[in-house]
Design a protein around this ligand. Sequence first.
Ligand SMILES: C=C(O[C@H]1C=CC=C(C(=O)O)[C@@H]1O)C(=O)O
Length: 421
Amino acid sequence: MTTAPTPTPAPARLVVRTEAVDASTLDDLLGHLPEDSPVTWLRQGEGLVGWGIATQVRTSGSARFRDADKWWSEVTAQADVHDAVDEPGTGLVAFGSFAFADAPGDSVLTVPSVVLGRRGAVAWRTTVHAEGASPSGPTPMTPVVRPAGVTFSDGALDSESWMGVVADAVRRIQSGALEKVVLARDLVATADTDVDVRAPLAHLASHYPTCWTFHVDGLFGATPEMLLRRERGLVTSRVLAGTIRRTGDDERDLALAATLARSSKDLEEHEYAVRSVADALEPHCSSMNVPEAPFVLHLPNVMHLATDVNGVVHDAATVSSLRLAEALHPSAAVGGTPTAVATELITEIEQMDRGRYAGPVGWIDARGDGEWGIALRSGRVEGNRVRLFAGCGIVGDSAPEAELAESQAKFVPVRDALTRA
Ligand SMILES: C=C(O[C@H]1C=CC=C(C(=O)O)[C@@H]1O)C(=O)O
């Protein structure tokens, strides 16, 4: 079933002003974030935070990327932009979060009223308002409230049932129906009062500095996987697939990293993911570099096989980073191989609405450049409830118990962010 796309409203003409600010005043970008519709995209203290809504579009169905991209072209074409900094992320930017599947689920692209950004020694503040309206005044800062009384319960399936689904997938892979499928599960966290997302964001940004800490319209997390970054004609994608849990003992973890780098199950899973990204980028690139062997990416909770694919794009003038994200989505790291068979199987057996989990999340500027991560290891805030998501790549020799343990390790970042200071 596909849902009819929501008609996109005619965008208002926006007045946009970016001014340089002293970078030392923006050491802690999150510390400046009020509670009013916050958005974030942060890594190692740099990136963007924003708040308020200058304009926004919601799209759905199979045309969700195309409709949002068309809307963005209209918004940028009409805008009156005064940009005194002229760096990626300055001037007019929108933050987006897109549904994993054509249906169900909605997607969003939002232009905040205020954006603060930092990139090395350069920092800026952008304000956006509709022509004819006056710029909004300072937004009051309220103290960040940590979630209290958080309890966790099963989401769509309990552990036993989910392992049954994994076993089913393994049988189908062994019968030759497909090569790999990524199966996800959810947990539900319930707090005493509405969750102030700034608290888990601060935890994620400080504990997972090499990941991208994101929040757009209720979906937040720290993702290690960059679907694509496009900047000044160059595109990069960080592909992850193949995972091992960390033990906390550095010597043992190093030995485990070596095991991961030699594991034929994980190398096979990784190869599918790299191939799917390289195949999708190829038509857009005049040259590409796809390393032959992955490296091991160390995160506090898990280690992954990782490959950085780079390319020179030849169609940046006509194809935006959002349309590139559409071309790459869903990669084998969140869908499977072959893509169509795997996504059908997910719909058939996963028994969970992924919503915007595992979809592209990030930002786009007026040139169409931007950064789009994959919304992994994330949570969706709805009042005092948060749905946590994590998924695992299943291949022919995957063991359900091991996949369950892997999914539990992948819940750790958001789980801790909700329960620890
Ligand atoms: C689907 C997720 O992870 C993917 C990304 C990296 C490694 C993966 C794996 O080894 O299974 C998954 O394909 C998730 O974290 O929710």
